[in-house]
Design a protein around this ligand. Sequence first.
Ligand code: TA6
Length: 310
Amino acid sequence: MIYTITLNPAIDHILFTKNPLEKRKNNRMYKKEIDLGGKGLHVSHTLTCLNIHNTAITFAGRRNASSFKKILDQKNLHYKLFIEEKSATRITYVLMDQAGEGSLMVTEHGFRISEQNHKKLCRYLIDTVKTEDTVILSGSLPPEYPVARWKEIVSLLKERRCTIACDVSGEALRTAVEMQVDFIKPNEQELRELFPAQQNVLRQLQELNQNVPYVVFSKGGEGSTALIEQKIFDVDAPKVKECNDTGAGDVFVGALFGAREQGCTWEEALTFAAGCSASKVTKSNSSAFDVEEAKVLSLKTNIQERKGVY
Ligand code: TA6
């Protein structure tokens, strides 16, 4: 069973302009779409599209809980929600023009999670998660969220001996590495924050790999480098016509673990994930991808093992 945890969910508002987005100008929008937001929820959506049984664990602000739930239901997600009274789930604005040069994301902070709801989440995890399960924690921490709470969640998952995957940044990522979770997916910026004095990316990744057995360095449109079981793989990103890159990393994570759950090797899973992520980039909203298109794209994905580096 796979669980995803999204501590800071969102509702994505995708705003489309015809002309290229420009500062010091009125960028008039001609269309708006509303989509699921929040990284773990996107991972759950990807798994659901791949017919992999999973539960999305998240929070919702009472004030707009019904519209949030409606989105989760429309996406056929199986979920466990903890409701925060007197709060509203944040809105993320994704600005898109037709230049095909990527989207611009503006996120709200989100709402604070009460101690009571944090305890409920911990209780739920203790009662539900089993050793054979995988738990994927993705996205930012809510505002004023004490690192001690993050540590409590990771350590109770470690006690369950389940597989722990973290697609997080900043302090949460640093802590996840220290606590020796099973999987991380840092990008260039996150590596720079972790290693301000070390310039060599391979050394950075190898150092992380001493604590974390599965490290995937995400390079966006340039693909990824994965350090897995004493091997290093360079995985290309198939070239596609870009529409909206928002959520591409989440689709990658969902497809990677989905493929592993279906018995694929890591190499097969990495190329499949690259195909799914590329398919996502061709779609206009922040969660959609096409499984059949992804399969074709993954066949075009080159994966190469670096020999003699480890
Ligand atoms: O990866 C895309 C996305 O999940 C958006 O749906 C969005 O709302 C945002 O990321 C949230 O990111 P954050 O890092 O703030 O949790």
